[in-house]
Design a binder for this molecule. Structure first.
Ligand code: FCB
Length: 454
């Protein structure tokens, strides 16, 4: 197939999507809310990591972030003005259970109650994500997701949120990017809780899969008619060169990463190739694994950003790197731009797992946005990125993929984890000194796409 549509004309883009398509935005609690000490919120593992010198670019944290906790009404008005039909947000567990267990902190639930009401009042459909990485520190002190007791704790937390908001929220998501949380947080150490131990990461992954299944039943018991999903991130994994060892490394990474999560979610248990790759690298030392129960999924969420070129550093198992290659088009993250990869990943998921529905739960790009002399941010590079990825999504729909929604990452610039505020992904520019919001050109462009799609 050819490279996806590059014509950014909103009408041309919109023509590839059915009416009723779920156009919207995604964001997450720790990245935008701020108000870290307000209304009884407990500490999360991200508060802890942000206090570690050198862990976050410029020593930043999500303590204030976009101050969305206080500005959510204005933010939602802006979002509604763009014609957004859906909004994917996350609930901060430490606002609901400050230490991670016990009765609900009512003030925390009140905030999401107000938020959901405001989202609905603007005519937007809320997509509620229970976990976008901000685990209560109290639970981490007991081993966090490596401790199997987390499965029950997550179920309790899900019950508190579902019983309060389930009368208004139909679309639920258990986890954001369970693989990133497990591997970057527990093996690579660059995300919270900042651990570097593969067997721990494998235990975390296993408990996430179990917690997903358990929370599904909890949500259904409180919310008849709930639609349950998970936001899984899958990029296009390719060997960096044709060399045999790059090809072997790419295959091992796919098996030990994406299939490691998706096979169990779809009821197939852990994949043999992934098991072999993890075992060869010593990741399973002291770990006893049985297959987790199948995930309860009405839809699969897909977060897609880039092509991941895998380059082996040696012939040792799991000794490889993934970096954008010289000469390729890259975003400011150094991520290789690969819209055709989005189409191919969608086709692959449809072919191999056949989820009932797929929703793109994140897609977007960071660029060094600057104000021009006319006071605007002309982010043509972001428009081009989005247009080509939407073109790729439209090709997947035409090829039969049951894709029903698209949540752009992100609504506004926000705290980009270990990179602090140095990377801007928003369609709305945020001036962190004044909290002024300024729509970039991409926001107006996206508004036109949604309007043209009808
Ligand atoms: C994803 C995360 C999201 C955001 C984007 C850029 O991995 O889910 O919170 O940081 O990347």
């Amino acid at each position: 197939m050819a490279t996806p549509e590059t014509n950014p004309d909103p009408n041309a883009i919109a023509a590839g999507f059915p009416t009723g398509f779920g156009w919207g935005f995604a964001a997450s609690a720790y990245q935008i809310e701020g108000a870290a000490d307000e209304d009884g919120r407990g500490r999360s593992i991200w508060d802890t990591l942000c206090d570690v010198p050198g862990a976050i670019a410029d020593g930043q944290s999500g303590r204030v972030a976009c101050d969305h906790y206080h500005r959510y009404l204005g933010d939602l008005a802006l979002m509604a003005g763009l014609g957004s039909r859906t909004y994917r947000f996350s609930v901060a567990w430490p606002r609901i259970q400050p230490d991670g267990s016990g009765p609900a902190n009512e003030l925390g639930l009140d905030f999401y109650d107000r938020l959901v009401d405001a989202v609905l009042a603007t005519g937007i459909r809320p997509h509620l994500n229970l976990f976008h990485w901000d685990l209560p520190q109290g639970l981490q002190d007991r081993g966090g997701f490596a401790n199997p007791e987390i499965v029950g704790r997550f179920g309790d937390y899900a019950a508190l949120v579902a019983s309060r908001l389930g009368d208004r929220v139909i679309d639920w998501m258990t986890f954001n990017e369970p693989a990133v949380f497990a591997y970057l947080g527990h093996a690579d150490g660059i995300h919270a809780p900042g651990l570097r131990d593969w067997p721990t990461a494998i235990r975390v992954a296993d408990n996430e899969l179990r917690a997903h299944a358990a929370a599904g039943s909890v949500i259904r018991s409180h919310v008849p008619g709930a639609r349950i999903g998970v936001a899984y991130d899958m990029n296009q994994v390719v060997p960096a060169t044709d060399a045999e060892r790059d090809r072997a490394a790419a295959a091992a990474w796919s098996a030990a990463r994406d299939a490691w999560f998706l096979d169990p979610l779809f009821g197939r248990g852990y994949p043999a190739a992934g098991m072999a790759a993890h075992a060869a690298a010593g990741h399973l030392e002291g770990v006893e694994l049985t297959d987790p129960p199948a995930g309860d999924l009405d839809y699969l969420g897909l977060n897609y950003y880039r092509r991941d070129p895998v380059r082996a550093r040696s012939d040792e198992p799991f000794d490889f790197e993934m970096e954008g290659r010289a000469g390729t088009e890259q975003t400011e993250m150094g991520w290789e731009v690969a819209p055709e990869g989005l189409r191919d990943v969608l086709l692959q998921l449809h072919r191999e797992y056949a989820p009932r529905e797929i929703v793109i739960t994140e897609n977007g790009a960071a660029y060094p946005d600057r104000f021009a002399a006319d006071g605007r941010v002309h982010d043509d590079d972001r428009i081009s990125y989005l247009a080509r990825h939407l073109g790729a999504a439209a090709e997947a729909i035409a090829a039969g993929v049951p894709l029903t929604g698209y949540h752009a990452w992100s609504f506004m610039d926000n705290f980009e984890w270990s990179l602090g505020y140095t990377k801007r992904f928003g369609m709305i520019h945020v001036d962190y000194a004044t909290q002024a919001r300024t729509p970039k050109d991409s926001a107006e462009w996206y508004r036109k796409v949604i309007a043209a799609a009808g």
